[in-house]
Design a protein around this ligand. Structure first.
Ligand code: CFM
Ligand code: HCA
Length: 532
């Protein structure tokens, strides 16, 4: 084993060592460097960066749907902590369109409700919501105690639908389901597929129409993508789910193509829409100048229309001309610097492309809750063995709906794939990293410290839980989840914002003035994870 990998593992007890060893790989070194264990339970007692199933369902996938009310069925803390912290922006698309994103709705379950049951309280809460806000769709998101006391949120949803003639979805997305947020993504996808997608009949008017899947409009990223797509001439039917709406999601099956940004959180819907409605899906990445141009060119190739190809090239040229000077300036400041990126899912991969635009290398990276396919590529899926935790999450199967046909035959799709159009597929992060670089799944605070010590990255991208601890050590850290209240970072203009923020962070002299306490005080010695 390499010295660097040893450093992460040698303080662990033998039990913890054995577990963590398979989640850590140093690329192109050691046995099976391209293989990694992922999507398994975190070790109790270890400070993982992960969140819960409710966070994945409520916070990530259904929370951003602006014209729908999301009610947290559970104690107030769950609703409060998931209120606005993710920075998924939304605004009405036309005058009078409802936008409930700034609100937080909760049943505020107390001890007596836990004893006597909370269904009544939930229904009363929904009656109040209907009276005050009259939404067309309500998502009920359960937190941990709901599953334990057995409230039937699906039955409540059916009663609400009958009473008010709206769409209501009861989600059993209790925090403890699965092993991370990832279970919540899957559960949320299933509900949207069952009860929302396909309900509308409004066909797109444009010649070429798309949905953007797995784009949550953090810091306005989705708006920048829509701006570029509309400039080229695409019609954006719906966005799942950043600044998205029930009114548009229900028509999404009528679009020509699904663009998939964050595959981790939404690949289930992409696959099911292909099976049921024949809509192909294309893995795109609008993070990075090179990546954005590549994605736009793949789209033009897919539609295979000379006019569209010409317009695509014109727009890319115009956009590049607009940002060129700024990009060159920030590149001169950032070139040669190194980064670590540790985020939940696809961003740890996506942002490596943007960093490369500035001449920066990502030497250490990892995901909180991704699956092996996010590391190793989608082709690995048949080899992944389902365990008890993943079997616990419902897989729904769909069939081709009457009247829907594939746009291209399998042969034609093969030709497109050979031409580099990444249809129904995504590659893994490991393939885009270099020999010697380290990849760590479900990283924890101890490993974060060790990685920084050994690799000494100039900047460490992560989240709220570890950012300040890292900065106390004198290392620059920026939040890759919330963008530290900045953004957008997507597309052409977003790349400039990112370069500006990085330059500001790296060139402040504060970091050299920080003296972490452990540099002057002796540290505790011991073994992590109990006696060997
Ligand atoms: Fe996808 Fe996301 Fe991410 Fe994600 Fe998340 Fe997020 Fe993330 Mo935080 S959907 S996997 S569950 S890109 S909330 S917008 S930043 S961990 S890397
Ligand atoms: C979540 C949301 C989160 C948390 C961010 C962080 C987000 O996982 O529930 O830990 O800094 O992006 O807001 O990922």
């Amino acid at each position: 084993m390499s010295k660097e990998r040893d450093l992460l593992l040698d303080k662990y007890s033998s039990r913890v060592f054995k577990n963590r060893k398979s989640h850590i790989t140093q690329l192109e070194f050691g046995e099976n460097p391209d293989e990694i264990t992922a999507n398994t339970r975190a070790i109790p007692g270890i400070i993982t960066a992960r969140g819960c199933c409710y966070a994945g369902c409520k916070g990530v996938v259904v929370g951003p749907v602006k014209d729908s009310v999301v009610i947290t069925h559970g104690p107030i803390g769950c609703a409060f902590y998931s209120w606005g912290t993710r920075r998924n922006k939304a605004k009405p698309s036309y005058e009078g369109e409802p936008n409930f994103v700034p609100y937080s709705f909760c049943t505020d379950m107390r001890a007596s409700d836990i004893v006597f049951g909370g269904e009544k309280k939930l229904e009363e809460g929904i009656d109040e919501i209907m009276k005050l806000f009259h939404p067309k769709c309500i998502f009920i998101c359960s937190t941990c105690p709901i599953g334990l006391i057995g409230d039937d949120v699906q039955a409540v949803a059916r009663r609400v639908e009958e009473k008010y003639g709206i769409t209501a979805i009861g989600y059993s997305c209790e925090g403890y389901k699965g092993v991370s947020q990832s279970a919540g993504h899957h559960i949320a996808n299933n509900g949207l597929m069952r009860y929302v997608i396909g309900k509308g009949e409004e066909a797109p008017k444009g010649k070429y129409s798309v949905n953007i899947l797995g784009e949550y409009n953090i810091g306005g990223d989705g708006w920048e993508q829509e701006r570029i797509l509309k400039k080229i001439g695409y019609e954006v039917v719906s966005v799942f789910t950043g600044d998205g709406s029930y009114e548009t999601l229900k028509n999404s099956h009528l679009a020509d193509l699904n663009l998939v940004m964050c595959h981790r959180s939404i690949n289930y819907i992409a696959e099911m829409m292909k099976t049921k409605y024949g809509v192909d899906w294309l893995k795109v990445n609008f993070i990075g100048v090179g990546a954005t141009s590549k994605s736009l060119r793949m789209m033009a190739k897919y539609f295979n229309d000379p006019e569209l190809t010409k317009r695509t090239e014109e727009v890319i040229a115009e956009e590049l001309a607009e940002i060129n000077e700024d990009m060159e300036y920030y590149k001169s400041k950032l070139k040669g610097k190194t980064a670590g990126i540790f985020v939940g899912g696809s961003r740890s991969h996506h942002y490596q492309m943007l960093l490369r635009d500035f001449g920066m290398e990502t030497t250490i990276a990892g995901y909180e809750f991704a699956h092996r396919d996010d590391y190793e590529g989608r082709e690995i899926i048949p080899q992944i063995k389902a365990d008890a935790d993943s079997k616990n999450i419902e897989e729904i199967s769909v069939e081709r709906a009457v009247g829907y046909e594939d746009r291209y035959s399998e042969e034609e799709l093969k030709v497109l794939r050979n031409e580099g159009v990444e249809l129904d597929n995504y590659s893994g992060m490991i393939k885009d990293m270099k020999a010697g670089y380290m990849v760590v799944d479900d990283y924890n605070m101890f490993e974060t410290d060790q990685l920084i010590e050994e690799y000494k990255p100039d900047i460490f991208f992560s989240g709220i839980k570890d950012k300040y601890a890292i900065q106390h050590g004198g290392v620059v850290s920026r939040q890759m989840h919330s963008y530290d209240y900045s953004g957008p970072y997507a597309g052409f203009r977003g790349a400039v914002n990112f370069g500006r923020d990085l330059t500001m962070s790296l060139y402040t002299n504060a970091w050299s003035l920080v003296k972490p306490p452990w540099k002057t005080m002796p540290m505790l010695e011991g073994t992590l994870g109990g006696a060997g």
